[in-house]
Structures are given as structure tokens and as C-alpha cells.
Ligand binder design. Structure first.
Ligand code: ZN
Length: 240
């Protein structure tokens, strides 16, 4: 059994297609999605359709939530706000209905999935350090929890104290707890433009980070053609 664990697609169709092709080639048998299917890039409807078609567990991200309500966007950064207004106008009623019904936290087999944090998932806080991770661990009842939201792959391990380790190939031990950020498919922010997701090799007790090339030029052209901010196209190639 092999799970492709992915999130923060952010309407980047080319990156999502590359990720799905890689997961298929790597013989993933199951999929789970950590949310933020939409927002920022130019193919929200297409990405919702592709993720829906997987019929896999999906949790709600902050962009998913805001894309399907009419609430004002006060407090959101201007770049995200402009993209969200555009996204709202480019999703179908059915897309919004699907996004609206997503849950915040789910347990899948022996692990948990959440977009932002386990302590206050509806507040969309960010886990950037051991202290943030420690708060989440208090609410984690499974050995592993996968999350996203920061767009930077990272693993926190609780073994008495909480430590932070870069993610590459992570061996899972039964007496420890793991809070694992799989990075972002559609808008990485760790300085690497390659699409990011993880494969959880259940039988081998291994979580593996994957970084993938995709047709970034096509994504950038679509952003500009849609009239979305130039900066959204520019940031993709620097991974910021
Ligand atoms: Zn996101």
C-alpha cells in the first residue's frame, strides 16, 4: 500500500498533472489531499475536477474555504485577495458546493490529515517551528499527521522533545510521533520551484519527498492571460 499525499495545488494544473503522473509511475495505490486545491493560479475548476475524480480523502484549506463563500477578504494579503476574487468568478456552483463540504480534519487508516494545524484547524495558523508543532502534537492521536499550508516540506518528530528535520526519506518508528509537511504542488515557497508532494510507503514504514519538473511556462502564460497579477507568475520560478 502506497499513498500519494499532496496539497496546496492552488489551481496549478500543469504541476498537478505532473504529480499525478509521477504518483502513477511510482505505483501509488491511494491518494489523500491536504487542501488548497484552488487560489493563486489559473485553473481552479480543472484542478477541482481532477482531485474530485480521485475520490480520495480531501481536507479543506483556507483558500478552499474563502473561494466558496461571499465573505469579505479583509486581512488577507492583497495578492491572495485579487486571486481569490478571480477564483470565485471562475468556479462552478458545483465546484463551490464540493469545496464547501470538505472537512477540516480526517483520519485515514492509521494517520491524520489537516491543512494547517491540529490544535486550531479552523484558524489557519502556521507551523513554522518546534513550538508550533508541539501545540499540534497535543491533539494528534495517530503516529503520523500530514499537513500543508506553509508550502515548505519539513518534518517534526516528537520523541520526548520535539525536533525539526528536513524531509527527504524519513523512516517511521512506532514509538515516535510525526507531523509532516509535504510541501506544495502548485506554489512551492522553500526556494525550489519543483512541485512537491510525498509518498507514504506504508509497508516499508517510509515517507519519501518527491520534487518534480513541470511545464512552468504554460502555467505562467495562463496566469497572465487570465489577468491575474504578474507577481503570481514570477514567484513560481523562484519558489517563493
Ligand atoms: Zn496554500
Amino acid at each position: 500500500m502506497r499513498f500519494a499525499v499532496f496539497g496546496d495545488i492552488h489551481a496549478n494544473l500543469e504541476a498537478l498533472q505532473a504529480m499525478l503522473a509521477d504518483a502513477h509511475a511510482a505505483e501509488c495505490t491511494h491518494y489523500v489531499c491536504l487542501g488548497d486545491v484552488v487560489g493563486y493560479n489559473a485553473n481552479p475548476h480543472e484542478c477541482v475536477e481532477l482531485v474530485r475524480a480521485l475520490e480520495c480523502p480531501v481536507v479543506k484549506g483556507n483558500h478552499d474555504e474563502l473561494a466558496c463563500v461571499e465573505a469579505s477578504l479583509d486581512g488577507f494579503n492583497p495578492l491572495a485577495e485579487e486571486a481569490l476574487t478571480w477564483t470565485r468568478a471562475n468556479l462552478t456552483h458545483e465546484d463551490k458546493q464540493w469545496l464547501r463540504e470538505l472537512r477540516l480534519v480526517r483520519q485515514v487508516r492509521d494517520f491524520t490529515i489537516v491543512h494547517a494545524t491540529l490544535d486550531t484547524p479552523h484558524k489557519w495558523g502556521y507551523v513554522f517551528n518546534q513550538l508550533d508543532a508541539a501545540a499540534s502534537f497535543n491533539y494528534q492521536h495517530t503516529g503520523i499527521c500530514f499537513y500543508g499550508h506553509t508550502h515548505a516540506p519539513r518534518a517534526y518528530i516528537r520523541d520526548g522533545a520535539v525536533k525539526s528535520v528536513p524531509l527527504d526519506k524519513l523512516r517511521i518508528e512506532t514509538n515516535k510521533k510525526y507531523f509532516i509537511n509535504v510541501g506544495s504542488v502548485g506554489q512551492p515557497r522553500d526556494g525550489d520551484w519543483h512541485a512537491s508532494y510525498c509518498i507514504y510507503h506504508v509497508d516499508d514504514h517510509l515517507v519519501e519527498l518527491r520534487r518534480l519538473e513541470y511545464d512552468i511556462r504554460a502555467t505562467q502564460e495562463k496566469i497572465l492571460k487570465a489577468g491575474l497579477p504578474q507577481r503570481l507568475a514570477d514567484r513560481l520560478e523562484v519558489g517563493k
